[in-house]
Design a protein around this ligand. Structure first.
Ligand SMILES: Cc1cc2nc3c(=O)[nH]c(=O)nc-3n(C[C@H](O)[C@H](O)[C@H](O)COP(=O)(O)OP(=O)(O)OC[C@H]3O[C@@H](n4cnc5c(N)ncnc54)[C@H](O)[C@@H]3O)c2cc1C
Length: 431
């Protein structure tokens, strides 16, 4: 075994980021992935870095938290950022074609002479530096091994996704194509009559459910999503929230509508935006068929609500993402309690840098707190086990403010934060 070898458990978004960033820093990487040998409730393919929700990576502008995280990723692991670029579906959006993104990451992993992708379900922690990036579908016995190594309790949150439907099963003859702003790619809406909203609400409210155990009343999804069945008891509320149609000067008539988000540039499939649900696949199919344009609908991948485990930070990890009790082990992805593809890649990249340092006989360096990536890792390490169980997303509130900035306008302060974040990340990446 190479002295500089590290192991990464899980070739999801975070694990691939960890493997690629560690390999770029001279480590040999054994990247373990159980799929396709053993599937999970949230994945449908055997491809590394499968996006188990939609393909939205958020905004590109650095004055948005996700945009800044993305710009920092470009400094830290440029080759990974190019996978996002290769798969994006328009100039004005970071909406990516999911399959093209995963294939680009897989190609990158397979092309690296330093990464060995091994199809194996890992049940115990390997020797040497390890990044655990087993994601929302981390089950026993790996979960037991993580608990034994960290001594920290697991916290559970709920993550949802809407159904993905075949485009050739949708009648688009009445659809509205509305650009969110001039020059942008149009968003597609299927207008709904009041009867259709009422029928949809009734079927959602009464449909059979496939719940994760014991979650119903307190169920709050990551990223402020709401399970659609929670709203379906009141058709008006459903219409004014999730089914809120297009608005603005370019829209002739406002009213409820289903928003269709393309899954690929050919628009062969659509995500039904906002319809996160734990209805069974059959119940989803029949509820959707209550809409005339969806009477022939084919659900390609059902909507889902998934109970996602993560480790409470303060008792588990340092800001370098090492386990406090076992520093050769680092966490990445949803296991850290952070939600989102960019958050998974950022934590994966940091853990990969740390594991490469360990393999080189050095201690991992925490990412700079002035960067969005660093601020996220510090927030992860500070979380109380008994606190709020919502998962973390990168946000500007995490970044430190300087006393000398007092009195500046919000725009000036933010501009300064962005500049410091990017400079700090450049320096960290350069080291
Ligand atoms: C249902 C759902 C929908 C989501 N939708 C979105 C969304 O639309 N946008 C967004 O930004 N975020 C979304 N998220 C949030 C989440 O941050 C992303 O899913 C992100 O991809 C998680 O990355 P990860 O690498 O931690 O996990 P994953 O991408 O799931 O990767 C973990 C990998 O580890 C493998 N693995 C697990 N256990 C083992 C083992 N014992 N041995 C070997 N391999 C193993 C798994 O097979 C998997 O490939 C969603 C989460 C869920 C659960």
């Amino acid at each position: 075994m190479s002295l500089k070898r590290i192991s990464v458990i899980g070739a999801g978004v975070a694990g691939c980021a960890a493997a690629i960033s560690a390999a770029a820093r001279g480590a040999d990487v054994l990247l373990y992935e159980q799929r396709p040998l053993r599937s999970t409730p949230v994945h449908t393919t055997g491809i590394p870095a499968e996006l188990c929700g939609g393909g939205d990576f958020g905004a590109e502008e650095t004055d948005r938290a996700g945009g800044l995280l993305n710009a920092e990723l470009r400094e830290l692991v440029p080759s990974l950022s190019s996978c996002i670029d290769a798969a994006r579906m328009g100039e004005h959006t970071l909406l990516v074609a999911r399959e093209a993104f995963s294939q680009a990451v897989r190609d990158l992993v397979e092309a690296s002479p330093r990464i060995e992708l091994r199809e194996e379900h890992v049940a115990a922690l390997p020797d040497g530096p390890v990044v655990i990036a087993s994601g929302p579908a981390t089950w026993s016995p790996l979960a037991r091994a993580i608990h034994a190594a960290s001594g920290a309790p697991f916290v559970f949150s709920y993550c949802g996704r809407p159904p993905l439907i075949a485009a050739d099963s949708v009648d688009l003859s009445e659809a509205l194509f509305v650009p969110p702003y001039p020059g942008a790619e149009p968003t597609i809406f299927l207008p709904l009559s009041d009867d259709e909203v009422a029928g949809l609400a009734r079927l959602i409210a009464s449909g059979a459910r496939d719940h994760p155990a014991g979650l119903e009343p307190q169920m709050v999804l990551a990223d402020e999503q709401v399970p659609v069945e929670r709203l379906a008891a009141d058709a008006d509320e459903l219409a004014s929230t999730i089914l809120r149609g297009p608005r603005g000067p370019q829209v002739q008539t406002e009213g409820p509508a289903l928003c269709l988000v393309p899954d690929d540039p050919e628009q062969s499939a659509f995500h039904l935006q906002g319809l996160c649900t734990s209805l069974t696949t059959a119940a989803q199919q029949s509820a959707l068929a209550a809409v005339a344009a969806l009477s022939e609908v084919r659900v390609l991948r059902p909507g889902l609500i998934h109970r996602t485990p993560w480790l409470a930070g303060r008792e588990a990890t340092l800001s370098s993402l090492e386990l406090e009790r076992l520093s050769r082990v680092l966490l990445a992805g949803t296991l850290t309690g952070a939600w989102g593809y960019l958050e998974a890649m950022a934590t994966g990249a940091v853990a990969g840098v740390g594991a490469a340092s360990l393999a080189d006989g050095r201690s991992p360096l925490p990412p700079p707190p002035d960067s969005m990536t660093g601020a996220l890792c510090y927030a992860i390490a500070r979380r109380e086990p008994q606190g709020d169980s919502r998962m973390l997303r990168a946000n500007f509130g995490m970044l430190p403010e300087r006393p000398q900035d007092e009195g500046m306008s919000k725009t000036e302060r933010r501009r300064g934060q962005i500049e410091r974040a990017l400079n700090a990340m450049r320096e960290y990446a350069g080291r």
